[in-house]
Design a protein around this ligand. Structure first.
Ligand code: ATP
Ligand code: MG
Length: 257
């Protein structure tokens, strides 16, 4: 089983330090939830793991399959089995959902086998339909431009469609639950649970305990000011829901505002 081991990660944005020595290990087969107040660095963690150019890694490492992924290009991180579902997915006018996914899938296949000629179109269509059915998405989405004019919830569903098609080994879901209606939350969670197994690990970033009723985490971490300060089981999320973050700030001697 592969594991993603993040050691002492320091990340700055425009010279401001956001992540201040973050440690986290995620093994395939495990679901980790990360909760934490706004602005604490959760998306910064997600972006820096995938190689967003605005995020400067100033110290630390993130090992996966024997490589420090922080040294790799974003596409290489993806080929290695990492995936990010964005908090704010961007629209790509001119690129349909089907074309986007087929290009990504074929790039993955070529990365493992340079001789690969790509998935035959009929096979791809069948796969895409199956995955869309899993997420209860209308098939017409396949022909629409990625995220263009999608509602908030549709964008989140499209992110999970990408995940279900690419089948990553470790996925980071950045607030995939926000903006989803009650039914969509359940459907998207079922989509995530369908991938669950010894080959799949995930980091579920969320503000609300609710999604964790559907996607039951093995571990819950609390992030505060650029570090993970508390780790526990699902009960930690329930405690946060009841008590908020003040007790965490007090415990770590941070000013309660
Ligand atoms: N370009 C930038 N210049 C300065 N500060 C930035 C920039 N981009 C992000 N930040 C700051 O980095 C901090 C961490 O942001 P991040 O998006 O990682 O927080 P988050 O934990 O994901 O919050 P949320 O729960 O609201 O999504 C914030 O204080 C944010 O204002
Ligand atoms: Mg965020």
């Amino acid at each position: 089983m592969s594991e993603l081991v993040i050691n002492n990660l320091h990340v700055a944005i425009e010279d401001k330090e956001i992540l201040k020595g973050l440690n986290l290990t995620v093994r395939q087969g495990e679901i980790h939830a990360i909760m934490g107040p706004n602005g604490t660095g959760k998306s910064t963690l997600a972006y820096s793991l995938m190689g967003h150019p605005n995020y400067d890694v100033t110290d630390g490492e993130a090992f996966f399959k024997g490589e420090n992924v922080l040294d790799l290009e974003t596409d290489e991180r993806s080929h290695l089995g990492l995936f990010l579902a964005f908090q704010y997915p961007v629209a790509i006018p001119g690129v349909t959902v089907a074309n986007f996914l087929r290009t990504a899938l074929n790039a993955h296949r070529k990365a493992t086998n340079p001789e690969d000629k790509g998935m035959p179109i009929p096979e791809f269509r069948k796969l895409l339909k199956e995955r869309m059915d899993l997420l209860k998405m209308d098939h017409s989405f396949a022909g629409r431009y990625l995220n263009e004019g999608f509602s908030g919830g549709e964008k989140k569903r499209a992110e999970i469609l990408q995940m279900a098609t690419l089948k990553p080994e470790i996925a980071i879901l950045d607030e995939t639950d926000s903006g989803l209606d009650i039914d969509a939350l359940r459907i998207v969670s079922e989509g995530v649970n369908a991938l669950r197994g010894p080959e799949f690990g995930a980091v579920v970033i969320t503000h609300y305990q609710r999604i964790l009723n559907y996607i039951q985490p093995d571990f819950v971490h609390i992030m505060l000011e650029g570090r993970i300060v508390e780790s526990g089981g699902p009960e930690l999320a329930l405690q946060l829901e009841e008590q908020g973050y003040d007790w965490v700030r007090e415990k770590y001697s941070l000013v309660v505002s």
